[in-house]
Each structure stands twice: as structure tokens, then as C-alpha cells.
Write a protein that binds this ligand. Structure first.
Ligand code: ADP
Length: 261
């Protein structure tokens, strides 16, 4: 699956919107929540208006939570990349992922040997794995298997893969596979679009995967989704291998990179 230009433009627009108005919008929502709180203290629970005021407050809270996610979404624009060993990074979030996945889900982590380093923002990469884990859990309401695999993909192997946005080169592959519901093609087509969700109101915002997509693109990587209804879903993330000692010109541009040993 290849995300289109229109999708990334939409994502940029959402990022700008978030940065621009989310903060002011949050103040408006705070005023609504405070006023409804005040009203609630002046009404008895038996009052016919009580349930309506409660409803106003709950929905304002829901909107505030959406705004928080929008703010997080716009903040991803400032990445602080560092050289990471994904074996360590995934080991460090294992407990969190286990808790997020819940007791019904059997989480397995399988690392390839001598994983190459990558250059990525630690917090953002963790966010990617967290979002994919939450989606996998939601796709397995009765439980199932969630497997996270990493391995090196050499130049010849990546060249043989037929992904339009993946240039031949060395990559670290992170695979997140679930045995959940899977998706029909018309859903797969839209999953990376901001606000696309099949979850009920209040459960999903449709921002998780567009965030994931934006982070991976900004890291110079690519992401692909393979899914089969009733069988499960696999997300594959390719992050470029980090090579030491880039040679810079006076303008600070990379003009050459030392061949990896
Ligand atoms: P949200 O989770 O808030 O709906 P996302 O952008 O994370 O937003 O996901 C968009 C949609 O993609 C989900 O509503 C769901 O339909 C689908 N989806 C994502 N991950 C999976 C998965 N692992 N299995 C099945 N469907 C998925």
C-alpha cells in the first residue's frame, strides 16, 4: 500500500491547524467544562436538566482530549533524532506494550541478530510502536498473537521488494503482526488518512496511523500494511541504516558518506 501525495498534504494541513488553533480552542473548552461544572453543583441529580448538563460536560471533555492529540500531532514536527539500537529501544518499552496489549494478547518480540543502528527520535519511535500495539489489541477483542520482529534488510533484499517509496539500500525492518480481524481493501486504502476511523465515537480519533506515517516519513523511512480479513494485519516499517561519518561541505550539507564496514 502506498500513501499518496494528497494524504501527506492533508497531514500537513492538520499539523498547521493543530499548531494554530488547538491552544485557543482548548481555552474555549475549559470555559465550557468549568461552566457546566458550576451548573452541575447548582442542580440536583433528579433535576430534568441534570443529564443534559452532564452530557455537555462529557462531550466537552471528549473534545478536549481530541485537542490534546492534535497538539501532540503538531509537536511531532520538531524531531530530535539520535542514533538508536532498536533492540534496546523495544526492550525498554516491552513492559508498557505488554500492559497496553492486555492479558488476552500474547506479545512476542523477536529480534534479528546484530541489528544495524538507525537515526530516529526516541520518543516518536516509541509512539509508533505504542500506536501499532493499541490498534492490534483493538483488532483482537477475543485475544490473539501480537508479534514484533526486527531484522536487517540488505541492499539486494530491499531492491527486490516492490515498494514504490523504498529505494534500494540498507534498512532495519520492524514488523508488527497481529492475528486480529484484518481489514477489507477499502479500509486499508484510507488507514493513514487523518481522522479516518472505523471505531465508535469516543474510542478512536483516526489520528494514530497518520501520526505513525508522518513520523516514519520524517525519519526517512517507509511504512507498508498488509492485511487479510479474518486473518490479521502486518505493518512493516523500514528505517534507513545509520552510517557513521558523513562528509559535510561548508554549507553543512552531506556530500558523501563513508562506506559502512
Ligand atoms: P483509530 O485507531 O483512532 O481508529 P488509526 O489511525 O490508528 O485511528 O487507525 C485507523 C483505522 O485503521 C482504525 O479505525 C481501524 O479500522 C484500522 N486499523 C488500524 N490498525 C489495524 C489493525 N491492526 N487491524 C485492523 N484494523 C486496523
Amino acid at each position: 500500500l502506498e500513501a499518496t501525495m494528497a494524504q501527506s498534504q492533508k497531514m500537513q494541513a492538520v499539523g498547521q491547524l493543530a499548531g494554530g488553533i488547538a491552544h485557543d480552542f482548548n481555552n474555549v473548552l475549559t470555559a465550557i467544562i468549568m461552566s457546566s461544572d458550576l451548573l452541575l453543583t447548582n442542580h440536583r441529580a433528579s433535576d430534568p436538566s441534570f443529564a443534559d448538563i452532564m452530557n455537555i460536560k462529557q462531550n466537552a471533555n471528549r473534545a478536549a482530549s481530541l485537542v490534546r492529540q492534535l497538539l501532540a500531532f503538531s509537536r511531532r514536527q520538531t524531531l530530535r533524532p539520535e542514533v538508536l539500537d532498536l533492540t534496546d529501544v523495544i526492550a525498554d518499552v516491552r513492559m508498557l506494550l505488554t500492559r497496553l496489549a492486555g492479558t488476552q494478547v500474547n506479545l512476542k518480540i523477536e529480534h534479528g541478530r546484530d541489528l544495524w543502528p538507525v537515526r530516529a527520535d526516541l520518543g516518536q519511535f516509541e509512539q509508533v510502536v505504542v500506536n501499532l500495539t493499541v490498534n492490534a489489541r483493538d483488532a483482537m477483542p477475543e485475544g490473539g498473537d501480537l508479534t514484533i520482529r526486527t531484522r536487517n534488510i540488505g541492499e539486494s533484499e530491499s531492491a527486490a521488494l516492490n515498494y514504490r517509496d523504498l529505494l534500494p539500500g540498507d534498512y532495519v525492518l520492524v514488523e508488527v503482526q497481529d492475528s486480529g480481524t484484518g481489514m477489507p481493501p477499502e479500509v486499508i486504502e484510507k488507514i493513514f488518512e487523518p481522522f479516518f476511523t472505523t471505531k465508535e465515537v469516543g474510542k478512536g480519533t483516526g489520528l494514530g496511523l497518520s501520526m505513525v506515517y508522518g513520523i516514519i516519513k520524517q525519519t526517512g523511512g517507509s511504512i507498508h500494511c498488509e492485511s487479510e480479513l479474518g486473518k490479521g494485519t502486518t505493518f512493516r516499517i523500514f528505517l534507513p541504516r545509520h552510517v557513521e561519518a558523513p562528509v559535510l561541505n561548508a554549507a553543512g550539507e552531506v556530500v558523501a558518506v563513508e562506506a559502512p564496514k
